[in-house]
Design a protein around this ligand. Sequence first.
Ligand code: PLP
Length: 388
Amino acid sequence: KFDESNVLQHLPKQFFATLVAKVNAKIASGADVINLGQGNPDQPTPDYIVQAMQKATADPENHKYSQFRGMPRLKQAVADFYAREYGVKLDPEKEVAILGGSKIGLVELPFALLNPGDTMLLPDPGYPDYLSGVALAQVKLRLMSLKAENHFLPDYDDLDPQVVDQAKLMYLNYPNNPTGAVATPEFYEQTVKFANEHQIGVVQDFAYGAIGFDGKRPVSFLQTPGAKDVGIEFYTMSKSYNMAGWRIGFAVGNADMIEAINLIQDHLFVSVFPAIQEASITALESDQSTVRSLVALYQKRRDQFYAAARKIGWEPYPSGGAFYAWMPVPKGYTSEQFADLLLDKAAVAVAPGVGFGKSGEGYVRVGLLIDEPRFTEACERIAKLNLF
Ligand code: PLP
C-alpha cells in the first residue's frame, strides 16, 4: 500500500550505501583495506569543546523542551563569528537559523521555498544529499555541469536560457565536495548578478568553509555585495570542529529564506540538545587555533598523497580546500569500474565520481582522512596494477 507514495518512489538510490557494503564485504573477507572512499572526519572533537558540552549536560534545565529556534546566545555567537571571520554583519534573530546539522536544512529548503514542478539548479558533480531535497519537494531538477577547464565553477553563460528563465533556486558548494575547488570573489559577484537578473535564490553550502589550503582562506558568499538580498549560506560544526556526530549546523543570510527554514523547522523539530549548543558557542568563540591545526594537517596529507600519486604517474586535479583529492580515472574504465578494480585487486577503496553525478564520471574521490604511510602504501599497491 505505502510504496505508492510519490516521494518515496522518487528518492534517489543511496549510491554510497552500496559503496560501504562493497568495502565492508572486502574487509570481512580478511583484506587489509585502505579506505580512501569515505568522508567522515577522522580526528577527535577538540577537548575544550567536549569539556564545554560535558559541563553543560549538568544543567537541570536540560529536561525541558528547549527554545524552538535555538538559543539566542548561540545565534549571537554565530553572528559574532561571521563578523569576526568574514566581516559580514548578521541580525542574530532574523538572519541566523540553528539546525541539527546543515544537511537537514539543505534537504528541507526546496520544500520550504518551492512548489511541486518548480525548477531548481544543482551542481554536477555535487553532494548527493541535495537530490533528496529535490525528491521531497517534487521539483524539477536541472544540472549545472562543473568542468575542470572552468575550475569546477558553473559557467552561467553556458546554461540553457529557457532553464534559467524557469529556475527559482540554485545550490553552490565551495570549497567543493567532491572536487576540492574553491570559489573566487569574482565568481560570487557574477553569481549575485545572475541571481538578480533571473530572480533565482542562491544557496551556498559552506560546509568546508574553514578548510582552505596554501594560505588562501575561502571567502564567504555573504562577503559579496548584494549577496544577502539573493541568498543564504549554510555552515556546519561537523567539519572544522570534528563534530559530525553531534549534529549541529546553521544557515545565515537572507531573512525571508531564513524565516522559511525556521517555519518548516517549527513543525519538525524542537531544536538541538542545549549542551551541544553551549559547546558550539564555546567553539565559535574560541581563538580558532584547533581549526588552524586541522587545516594544516589536511594540507600535509594532501601534499603527501599528491607526492605518492605523482610518483606512480597519477596526476591529481589540484585541490584548494575541503578534505578531498579529485583524481582522474585512466582511459578505458568508468569511475565505477576503476573503483571496483582498485578495491578488488589492491584493497584500496575510493569513491567513484559518478556517485556525485554524471559530470563526475572520469574521476574518483579520495578522502584525506588517514595518515601516512597509508597513502604511499595505497599508491604502491595501485602501481602494481600498471594502469598509469
Ligand atoms: N554539505 C556538504 C558538501 C557535505 O559534504 C556534508 C557532509 O558530508 C554536509 C553538507 C552535511 O554536513 P552536516 O554534518 O552539517 O549535516
